[in-house]
Design a protein around this ligand. Structure first.
Ligand SMILES: [Zn+2]
Length: 677
């Protein structure tokens, strides 16, 4: 109090010096506080809500203190205080949001959602605060290190992209639009999630071709009908294995009606709100706004990228399509074309017959326990780290907890919550709990998956998913050691985020790695020739698959790079499907109504392909020097993973490769010319 009084007097006398920023903070003792959450303290919905409301008041007070700050802000005091506030909100919000997806208690899941919504309003208000923005703009960065400058620039950009430059009415409208977008998006997602449809099958004979355990799990009901839902575990095996062509077609019709007609209106509202928001902030459209802080930098560059990849995949898609058509004609000589509901079935047949790879056989070598141990071993050997059990509270008895050590130093902590249960998030993800801050808090995250348990076999694709998600996890652990929250952890550009996890998937194609853990129930190792055939079969279908991905990327971009009044959902979806794929749009369906990424990813579904192009390039030093080369792995760990978001991703990758990024290795793979080694 005394200091502040003296400083104010000092400024009143030497007003010019204050304006030039030569005096320290007028209020030097700004709060620096890093909120920590112990799971044991919030094991009931009531406890979570109480804690969240208490934190919200503390955050608001901290925010008000920063807004009331007078005098010259400094990095050591003002920026440190502001960053600790952002970090604290993030810790409480991430923990609440993660628990909302995984906690066994439904009331606690709802409390977690409510908490993250409550705290997101604080963040929105901070991002629209002229006072915070002006103070950060006035920081003297002359003596600051590069990472601090980068952190400050990044924060200023995020303020501007949030609309901080607007007048009061404009900022109020931004706040309204953001609230609307969240609410509409939640409706859009819920309409997809809740719209589970059922196909009625008369008898088990119609399920011919499907695995025995699938048929056993689908017994007739009291009316003698078998019900098959549109949920993933029901749908994907049916598309791959069911011999009955009509059954696959009926399911494709049903599956591509999910979300319709409800989402017709929700999607329209979502596009309109985002378009208005983008225009208000000074962009032509939402696609330009959302790409402004990505590696791509603009919607125009994204469109070029999609065209570029389209160019690489035309011939290979045609070749693959001819293989499918020829195989289809063996059973049906009159077939004129391959339909969309036949693709997965015929691809799987070709893999079994021509490559001798049968997923029913390969899965016997990948029990959950062995796969988990194998992946932990790989990461320890490759990156020179150690994984130890972590004694701590968790939210369910299935959850395992670990610590990651580098020598004697704990680098981070993680949970493995890997098996399905009622009410749990149904896909696979790495969920953040704590973003690491050097000297303050260790990174903590959870892998949330829905795999078989114990010695039960996993699908090979699930093992690949496990590796993928583990790639996010180690990125989180290695990157969470910077001073500022917006450069620590996975804070790199969104279109780079998938690259480390996509790259870690490559090790599944390395026999030295896989043979360490792929054992069947009798303890026999996955035969080398079978693994070799899996490698051969790996890229069969890559042309069609990539074109399908590009069609989604083009649809996501096209919905958002223009005035929504010009968007006709059905016409646009049909046109893009025809432009990119060899398959006719399914008449009478509306697959865009269940394309959930149109909410969460909006215009930037391209990010998966962009990251994959970079991942393929980052993998070249491993291809040249060996996948088990610890020097290359160490350089990758230090220069790319540990760097987090402390520099633009392009610089990190360039530093690691010793040259500029090239999309050529990915182009080679897509053309089918990158496989000979
Ligand atoms: Zn991912």
């Amino acid at each position: 109090m005394t200091n502040r009084f003296v400083a104010l007097l000092f400024c009143a006398v030497l007003i010019t010096a204050c304006e030039q920023g030569e005096t320290p903070d007028a209020t030097p003792e700004l709060t620096v506080r890093y909120a920590a959450v112990e799971l044991a303290d919030i094991s009931t919905a009531a406890a979570l809500t109480a804690r969240c409301e208490e934190e919200e008041m503390t955050f608001r007070a901290h925010f008000a203190e920063l807004e009331a700050h007078t005098g010259t802000p400094t990095i050591d005091s003002y920026y440190q205080s502001l960053d600790s506030l952002f970090s604290s909100i993030d810790t409480v919000s991430s923990t609440a949001q993660s628990l909302a997806g995984i906690h066994p208690d439904e009331a606690l899941r709802e409390a977690g959602d409510a908490c993250s919504q409550l705290l997101s309003k604080v963040t929105t208000d901070m991002n629209l605060s002229r006072s915070l923005y002006d103070a950060v703009s006035r920081l003297n960065v002359d003596d600051a290190d590069d990472v601090t400058r980068f952190s400050i620039d990044k924060l200023l950009l995020s303020f501007r992209l949030a609309g901080v430059d607007l007048d009061d009415a404009g900022r109020e409208r931004v706040r309204e639009l953001n609230d609307n977008i969240v609410a509409i998006g939640q409706d859009f997602d819920r309409n997809i999630r809740d719209d589970v449809r059922y196909l009625e099958v008369d008898s088990a004979d119609d399920l011919a071709g499907l695995p025995d355990d699938y048929i056993a799990a689908h017994q007739p009901n009291e009316d003698g009908k078998i019900l098959i839902s549109t949920r993933y575990p029901d749908v994907f095996p049916l598309f791959e294995y069911a011999e009955n062509d009509d059954l696959r077609k009926e399911m494709a019709m049903l599956y591509n009606l999910r979300g319709y007609p409800k989402n017709d209106e929700q999607l329209r509202l979502l596009l309109e709100a985002r378009y208005e928001l983008a225009q208000l902030i000074g962009f032509d459209n939402y696609a330009d706004l959302i790409t402004a802080d990505k590696m791509s930098g603009s919607a125009g560059r994204v469109a070029e990228f999609i065209e570029e990849l389209k160019g690489y995949t035309g011939e290979v898609q045609d070749r693959e399509y001819e293989v499918l058509l020829a195989r289809l004609r063996q059973d049906d000589p009159d077939a004129e074309r391959v339909e969309s509901w036949q693709r997965s079935f015929v691809v799987s047949k070709v893999r079994r017959e021509q490559y001798k790879v049968d997923s029913k056989v390969t899965r016997q070598y990948f029990s959950y326990n062995n796969s988990r141990d194998g992946i932990l071993l790989l990461v320890q050997e490759l990156f020179g780290v150690r994984v130890e059990p972590w004694e701590t509270d968790t939210w369910h008895e299935d959850v395992e907890a670990f610590e990651l050590y580098d020598g004697d130093k704990v680098l981070g902590r993680f949970y493995l919550d890997m098996h399905p249960r009622e009410g749990k998030y149904q896909h696979a993800a790495m969920m953040p709990f704590v973003n690491g801050i050097e000297g303050q808090q260790l990174p903590v995250a959870g892998l949330i998956c829905n795999f078989p348990r114990g010695d039960e076999p996993m699908q090979f694709s699930q093992v690949v998913t496990f590796l993928h998600e583990f790639g996010h996890l180690i990125h989180w652990q290695f990157a969470g050691h910077h001073q500022w929250s917006n450069v620590s952890g996975i804070t790199t550009e969104w279109d780079f985020v998938e690259a480390p996890s996509q790259m870690l998937q490559e090790w599944i194609w390395d026999y030295d790695t896989v043979s360490q853990f792929a054992l069947n129930a009798s303890g026999e190792v996955l035969p080398k020739d079978l693994h070799g055939r899996m490698v051969d079969a790996r890229d069969f279908g890559i042309g069609m698959g990539t074109r399908a991905q590009l069609s989604y990327a083009a649809l996501s971009l096209s919905m958002y790079n223009r005035d929504p009044a010009d968007v006709d959902f059905d016409a646009m979806a049909a046109e893009i499907t025809r432009e990119f794929t060899r398959f006719e749009p399914l008449q009478g369906t509306h697959f865009w109504a269940a394309f959930g990424h149109l909410n969460g990813y909006s215009a930037i579904y391209y990010t998966y392909q962009w990251s994959l192009a970079i991942a393929t390039d980052m993998f070249t030093p491993f291809k040249e020097n060996g996948l088990r080369n610890v020097e290359v792995a160490g350089a990758y760990r230090d220069k790319v993973l540990a760097a987090g978001g402390s520099r633009p991703a392009e610089e990190l990758v360039t530093d690691f490769l010793g040259r500029e990024i090239s999309f050529e290795p990915y182009a080679d793979r897509l053309r089918g010319t990158g496989l000979q080694e």
